[in-house]
Ligand binder design. Structure first.
Ligand code: NAI
Length: 507
């Protein structure tokens, strides 16, 4: 089965934010498009807005005036489902209710031809359940676009239990020909993105609950050290706490209460208070006019008064050496030992133990742990935590050495795993389990997170870069520290470590 030809008619049901966006994408790809909405005038309004968008794109030089006029002429308002008789593909983007979607698909089956593909844009309903009871469930699949559909590249092509694999491939190839980045996934709660992304919010909320630092500080570390576009709290404020909490709850319930997905009482309190984020003027942050944006906690400049040495054995140590050299800071090079030593302070990369625990385990009082950074050559900020037994002088020396390498230094309370390392370990662990359970492959998991939620690096490629043994150690130490099955490592991660392989190693 081949990708749809651009001459094939595409029908879209629901002219809301998603339906209108999907219709635009199909029209831009050359398809004649019919748009229907139950609400009188809604489809007409969406088509008019779409034509304005095409005209604006032409004015900006993003498409030719002829192409804009042709795309505008390709979109039609459907007066009823009967207008879909000749459609090759119907994409449903109506209200998120199983009963309503089921009845729509039953109505559609009576109208469209036997070869017509029926796709749903649902984000949370089982595709298998939507298809059940239809005459031809094999032709039903999910085409899960992200908002705004014309701008976001990801399309999760979701196969239900009855979906024909050849059809899923044809729709995948169709999305590819539309300029999208499609990935295959199975009909499981949250599909890929809404499942794998849960720890981004969940670990942020736990870190806040454990008083690692305040929201502005954790956000700054996730952005400036982790390379994420937004920190978890500003992102949840943007999404809306009612929406984000509801998705968290639904994924938690759908996985029968797996503690990995446990929603947060902190977020529930925000919902209870009506502090829903930007849209209500208040969430973790205050959006009132004139409200002062809180600044992240940053250590004051410290003077480097002790000799420092760097081990270039790790990628972090090598980058540190390059940064110190570029800043004309004298240091001794080693090829073993901790990545950084500043006077008495021993600086190690987070391994899932608190600095105090690690210092006690390894017999070092003056132990400082540094968080993971996305790109050690370029990161502007780095988070640290010090052992409770660390002297003030050693802590100042560690801070000064990192500042000398050009980092803004944020000191967290001594939480295990710090923020970026702990979050990335949990994102990678969730992606690993999705791969282990056959929901998607490793390439799809990474593409989904980069193209669907703009992560700076796919979690599994990131795990490979950290080194799977180090990542497994982080998770095992977190599991030991908290005694919660939340931090249990995926059996796939364990298996790859035992085999000495990475997620993206050739099989
Ligand atoms: P929306 O509320 O903006 O639009 C839904 C449209 O469907 C409305 O115009 C409504 O009048 C129409 N409608 C409702 N029942 C209908 C029916 N039986 N027949 C024809 N039209 C009907 O909703 P939105 O945000 O566009 O979401 C649509 C679907 O896409 C939902 O399944 C949602 O879960 C999913 N989705 C939403 C995303 C988002 O960020 N908003 C992202 C990805 C998927």
């Amino acid at each position: 089965m081949a990708a749809l030809k651009s001459s094939a008619a595409v029908a879209v049901v629901g002219a809301g934010a998603m339906g209108a966006g999907i219709a635009q994408v199909a029209a831009q790809a050359g398809h004649p498009v019919w748009l229907f909405d139950l609400k009188p005038g809604a489809a007409q309004q969406a088509v008019e807005a779409m034509r304005e968008t095409f005209a604006k794109l032409a004015a900006k030089g993003r498409m030719s005036a002829e192409a804009a006029a042709a795309a505008g002429a390709r979109v039609h308002v459907a007066q009823g489902l009967a207008d879909f008789a000749h459609a090759a593909l119907v994409v449903e983007a109506i209200v998120e209710r199983l009963d309503v979607k089921r009845s729509l698909f039953a109505d559609l089956e009576a109208i469209v031809g036997d070869d017509c593909v029926l796709a749903t844009n649902t984000s949370s309903i089982s595709v298998t359940a939507i298809a059940a009871g239809l005459r031809r469930p094999a032709r039903v699949l999910g085409m899960h676009f992200f908002n705004p559909a014309p701008l976001m590249a990801l399309v999760e092509v979701v196969s239900g239990l009855a979906t024909d694999p050849a059809l899923a491939q044809a729709i995948h190839d169709t999305a590819l020909s539309w300029g999208k980045s499609p990935v295959h996934t199975k009909s499981t709660p949250g599909f890929i993105v809404n499942r794998v992304a849960r720890p981004y919010y969940g670990e942020g909320l736990r870190l806040l609950g454990e008083q690692a630092g305040d929201a502005a500080t954790i956000d700054a570390v996730m952005r400036e050290a982790g390379g994420f576009r937004m920190g978890p709290f500003e992102l949840m404020d943007l999404i809306g706490h009612d929406v984000n909490y509801a998705v968290s709850r639904s994924v938690f319930d759908a996985y029968y209460g797996d503690p990995r997905f446990a929603p947060s009482l902190i977020q529930l309190e925000l919902v209870n208070a009506g502090y829903l984020g930007r849209k209500s003027g208040r969430g973790f942050y205050d959006y009132a006019a004139g409200a002062v944006k809180p600044q992240p906690a940053t250590e004051a400049a410290a003077t480097l008064a002790v000799p420092i040495s760097v081990s270039t054995a790790s990628a972090f140590g090598a980058a540190l050496a390059a940064r110190l050299q570029a800043a004309d800071v004298a240091f001794e090079r080693r090829d073993a030992g901790p990545p950084l030593q500043a006077g008495a302070a021993r600086i190690e990369i987070a391994d899932g133990r608190s600095a105090t625990q690690r210092g006690a385990d390894e017999g070092h009082a003056d132990l400082v742990v540094v968080d993971l950074v996305l790109d050690a050559a370029k990161a502007q900020r780095i988070a640290i935590a010090a052992s409770e037994r660390c002297s003030a002088a050693a802590l100042a020396a560690a801070t000064a050495a990192l500042q000398a390498a050009g980092f803004a230094v944020t000191r967290f309370a001594d939480v295990p795993g710090l923020a970026v390392m702990r979050t990335v370990a949990m994102l990678a662990n969730e992606a690993a389990d999705a791969v282990y359970q056959g929901v998607c492959d490793a390439a799809a998991a990474d593409t989904a997170m980069c193209k669907g939620v703009n992560y700076p690096r796919g979690p599994l490629a990131w795990a490979d870069a950290i080194g799977l043994p180090a990542l497994l150690t982080v998770l095992d130490n977190l599991a030991r520290t908290y005694g919660e099955p939340r931090y249990r490592a995926s059996p796939l991660l364990r298996r790859l470590v035992a085999a000495g392989r990475g997620f993206h190693a050739p099989t």
